[in-house]
Design a protein around this ligand. Structure first.
Ligand SMILES: NC(=O)c1ccc[n+]([C@@H]2O[C@H](COP(=O)([O-])OP(=O)(O)OC[C@H]3O[C@@H](n4cnc5c(N)ncnc54)[C@H](O)[C@@H]3O)[C@@H](O)[C@H]2O)c1
Ligand SMILES: [Fe+2]
Length: 395
């Protein structure tokens, strides 16, 4: 092994257990925090799910504020509204409760409240290392892994751009990871968020920035997610599958936060920004084709993954095992009923018209530069085209 230089960051505390959310007041107490603002989405409030977080806090006699105006694919305008609510009260921490969208909103609020200005001022490669107050993250999807990453993804509404914001200011102080909160996640969202975490682990593992610790976490995450994603999709109350998916999502988050994501995420964010496809679903649409394109850059690594998660036999050659990974991902998409962009309702002319802009935005995010095979802008346009035609041709 060559001399290693590694910079590994994670939350100071991660409480992982079924029912762990009941201990949220103890977690705050450990850090001397008493005045939380819970950041969540309107569904969590309407459905009553947010009570899982608020009840134990109120039982501990804490006064709790709630900001529940977060939106899927959080926007800079919502973050600004959140900061205004934060300034009205005397809060000492933020609790992000929900999927990646509310957690990312809470993180972005902490960053914007610390430095002021506009969310786009913090776009990577800027080091968004300062947060005005600590964030405690409680994920209810399995998932983005946002509870333990140093990233937040915020849409610039004026420019239709999903911005990656990176730095220690986006890293939660603590994560409370309770798979029981995911029993109510609908099948479609279970599939999409599950593929998101599988993509995090795979991209972390093949990334040029992989390191021994991210490798161990990525492989462990994939071994948890691959055999359980179909079960969680079909049987929402299967405790073993939900637990494995949640742990897998968290491990994958730690892995990519300390390695990186790569071309799939680079190309996925613009699809989300322009066509409002849920994040995990646009990853799924891209994953087989982008993996096929990337194989020559890291064939042995892709082969290791395929063998590790049972898509290939231990006796398969690297070339055969890597090819089986692509086939396995195509089968997974079929089993999880992942629509093509056209089945999702996107018009071909709109897709074609945005391809060059999406390729430029993908490259500008920096993520494609971490891919084992780094594409040119023309190659990215070709891949967007392939995802359109290849996907329709295969059906
Ligand atoms: N910060 C990071 O490191 C990171 C990593 C990957 C993705 N992201 C971002 O996270 C966002 C996506 O997050 P997400 O995929 O978790 O989706 P989400 O937070 O947008 O939630 C999707 C839907 O699921 C619902 N939901 C959430 N939990 C539920 C539950 N327990 N029961 C029933 N319904 C539930 C929500 O109300 C919402 O309607 C995107 O903006 C993406 O870019 C961030
Ligand atoms: Fe993701």
């Amino acid at each position: 092994m060559t001399a290693l230089t590694m910079n590994f960051a994670s939350p100071r505390l991660m409480l992982v257990a079924g029912g762990a959310v009941k201990q949220i007041a103890d977690v705050l107490a450990k850090f001397g925090l008493r005045r939380p603002l819970v950041v969540t989405d309107p569904f969590m409030v309407k459905s009553g799910h947010v009570r899982h977080c608020i009840d134990p806090l109120e039982a501990a006699r804490l006064s709790v504020g709630v900001f529940s105006d977060t939106v899927p694919d959080p926007t800079d305008t919502v973050v600004e509204a959140g900061v205004a609510v934060l300034r009205e009260g005397d809060y000492d921490c933020l609790i992000g409760f929900g999927g990646g969208s509310p957690i990312d909103t809470a993180k972005a609020m902490a960053i914007l409240a610390a430095g002021g200005g506009k969310m786009r001022d913090y776009k990577a490669p800027f080091a968004a290392d300062k947060g005005a107050l600590p964030v405690i993250a409680i994920p209810t999807t399995a998932g983005t892994g946002s509870e333990c990453t140093r990233f937040t993804v915020i849409t610039d509404v004026e420019r239709d751009e999903k911005m990656l914001i990176a730095g220690l200011g986006a890293l939660p102080l603590a994560a409370v990871v309770d798979y029981e909160l995911t029993y109510s996640v609908p099948a479609r969202t279970t599939a999409d968020t599950g593929v998101d975490s599988l993509t995090h682990a795979l991209e972390a593992y093949v990334s040029k920035r992989a390191n021994p610790v991210s490798d161990a976490l990525a492989l462990s995450a994939m071994a948890l997610i691959a055999p359980n994603i179909r079960i969680a999709y079909a049987e929402p109350r299967n405790a073993a599958a939900r637990e494995a998916m949640m742990l897998g999502a968290t491990e994958a988050g730690l892995a990519f936060s300390n390695s990186s994501v790569a071309l799939v995420h680079g190309m996925s964010r613009p699809i989300g920004a322009h066509f409002h496809v849920p994040h995990g679903l646009s990853n799924a649409m891209l994953l087989p084709a982008i993996t096929r394109f990337s194989l020559p850059g890291a064939e042995a690594r892709y082969a290791t993954v395929a063998r590790h998660i049972g898509f290939a036999a231990t006796t398969d050659s690297d070339a055969a095992a890597a090819a089986r990974l692509v086939t396995g991902l195509e089968e997974l998409n079929r089993d999880l009923a992942v629509p093509t962009p056209s089945e999702y309702g996107i018009k071909e002319a709109d897709w074609n018209g945005k391809m060059a802009l999406m390729a430029a935005q993908a490259l500008a995010s920096g993520s494609p530069g971490n891919n084992p095979r780094v594409p040119s802008a023309e190659e990215i346009v070709g891949l967007y085209r392939e995802v359109w035609t290849g996907a329709t041709a295969n059906r």
